[in-house]
Design a protein around this ligand. Structure first.
Ligand SMILES: [Fe+2]
Ligand SMILES: [Fe+2]
Length: 476
């Protein structure tokens, strides 16, 4: 049966791996290299810990969330595809109405490989970026959540390597090796995308990353879940169920930081950042500057606002729009236009461009809507505590490194500014070295069950209906 996972095999899977000996052998050769990568660059100091992890044992709602204490290097990284629909039809692009593909059409091979490699590269990158965070976890509960995300990003790498091995032959196997060789932030062999080479040095950055950057993952995966290439669509659908937890960690993490800060502000009756910092919690303007950084770096991940690649990926059926099937248009978009921003005479103006070329911008705008909604939920924390401060997402032209807006300087509220105004203001807009040093100074390991660092409130409830003071990590 397709939906149950065969744990008697070395590599748990629901893809009948045992029937494809060549593929099985290729993956069994890749597996020890993966474990070496994990040992070398995975979470520091975690080897002997038993972690209360969620492991997928099948893809149905009951089976994909089985909990138990396991050592992370023994986690059952496996290959799970959602059940396919019988006779699925391609529902957008030039091939709309034709049968979805179970194999890669020759003419799209290079583009599909590039899409899968780019997605796959982000997965190990984030594990590398987060590898030191366990040393400064604010609680055992948070440490467990970090580790859960790390093992699942490892599994997402497996998911992409499976596609490469299964459908791209020798090229795919070489890409699988290269995915274990690049390193986040490495000068000589960096990860492919910018945000995945930034450091995640502290837990405020981690929560911002999981809120904003894992949400980029959600939107990319949603667009790939529409793909005409059925194995990619089915793989990414299952990955999305795991991604939801990563965003939960970010959203609830920031909420708890805000709750603790508001509590201290009310106790001390002050909004003076210096006094708030002296009390050992993170002042709200610093949180805003972190938010500005992570938001702007993340929206760059969607790529250039006008892109002929984006048009090709869509028209050829490789990558759809977010919620493609819920949109009521012709799903081909020829002759339609979309507004993108450019700077003209010191002002941002919208210009209409062919929509097919603007699909990166379409996805970025959908992402921004989703991000803003969660920031509104964060602001409820301040509202409840009677504190007037509100967090905002910066304008999408702020601090851009990619696309037409990368050549200009724009304030968080969307004004084009001069270089000198930018230089004068940027320390109020983006987290500074001093901010990061202050936050780093707060980070100290607190891992006794039920204890929390001073700068963060406990969560409302534990994992899988366990109490907050449950032993989520057993240190051996
Ligand atoms: Fe992922
Ligand atoms: Fe993720």
């Amino acid at each position: 049966m397709l939906s149950s996972i065969n744990y008697s095999e070395k590599i748990p899977n629901n893809v009948n791996l045992g029937e494809d000996r060549t593929l099985k052998r290729a993956l069994e050769q890749w597996q020890p290299n993966f474990v070496n990568w994990w040992d070398e660059i995975g979470p520091v100091g975690s080897t002997d810990s038993e972690v209360y992890l969620r492991t997928a044992v099948s893809v149905d709602p009951q089976g994909w969330a089985q909990f138990g204490h396991v050592k992370m290097r023994d986690y059952r990284w496996g290959i799970f595809l959602n059940q396919g629909e019988a006779d699925r039809k391609i529902h957008f692009g030039d091939h709309k109405g034709e049968a979805a593909w179970n194999d890669v059409p020759g003419e799209y091979r290079a583009n599909l490989r590039r899409i899968i490699v780019t997605q796959g590269d982000t997965e190990p990158a984030s594990v590398e970026q987060q590898r030191h965070l366990g040393l400064t976890a604010p609680s055992m509960y948070d440490l467990r959540n970090l580790y859960q995300i790390n093992v699942e990003e490892g599994r997402h790498l497996w998911a992409m390597v499976y596609l490469l091995h299964k459908h791209f032959g020798r090229d795919g196997r070489e890409e699988g090796e290269a995915l274990l060789e690049r390193r986040s932030g490495d000068d000589n062999n960096p990860r492919i995308l910018g945000a995945f080479n930034e450091a995640t040095p502290d837990w405020l950055a981690f929560f911002m990353f999981t809120y904003f950057t894992d949400r980029d993952g959600k939107f990319q995966l949603c667009a790939l879940a529409e793909s005409a290439f059925e194995p990619l669509a089915r793989t990414t659908k299952f990955m999305l169920t795991e991604e939801a937890h990563h965003m939960f960690v970010g959203e609830s993490g920031i909420s708890r930081v805000l709750a603790r800060t508001c509590q201290v502000m009310n106790e001390l009756k002050t909004d003076d950042p210096a006094k708030i910092r002296a009390a050992g919690v993170i002042d709200l303007p610093t949180i805003q500057r972190y938010l500005n950084f992570h938001f702007s770096v993340t929206i760059d991940l969607f790529g250039a606002d006008e892109s002929s690649n984006a048009a090709t990926f869509y028209s050829s059926g490789l990558k759809g729009r977010y919620e493609e099937s819920k949109r009521d248009d012709d799903h081909q978009l020829r002759g339609q236009t979309y507004g993108v921003l450019e700077a003209r005479n010191g002002q941002l103006v919208e210009k209409q461009v062919p929509m097919l070329n603007a699909l990166n911008e379409v996805l970025r705008d959908d992402y921004i809507k989703d991000s803003v909604a969660g920031v509104g939920r964060w602001n409820k924390v301040m509202e409840k505590n009677g504190i007037p401060f509100r967090l905002t997402t910066p304008h999408k032209a702020f601090h851009r490194q990619i696309g037409a807006l990368s050549g200009i300087k724009v304030s968080p509220d969307g004004r084009v500014v001069t270089d000198s105004e930018w230089s004068a203001m940027k320390d109020q807009w983006l987290a500074t070295d001093a901010d990061r040093a202050f936050v780093a100074g707060l980070m100290g390991r607190v891992v006794d069950a039920g204890k929390f660092a001073n700068w963060i409130a406990p969560p409302a409830m534990g994992i899988n209906r366990n109490p907050v003071d449950f032993d989520y990590v057993r240190f051996n």
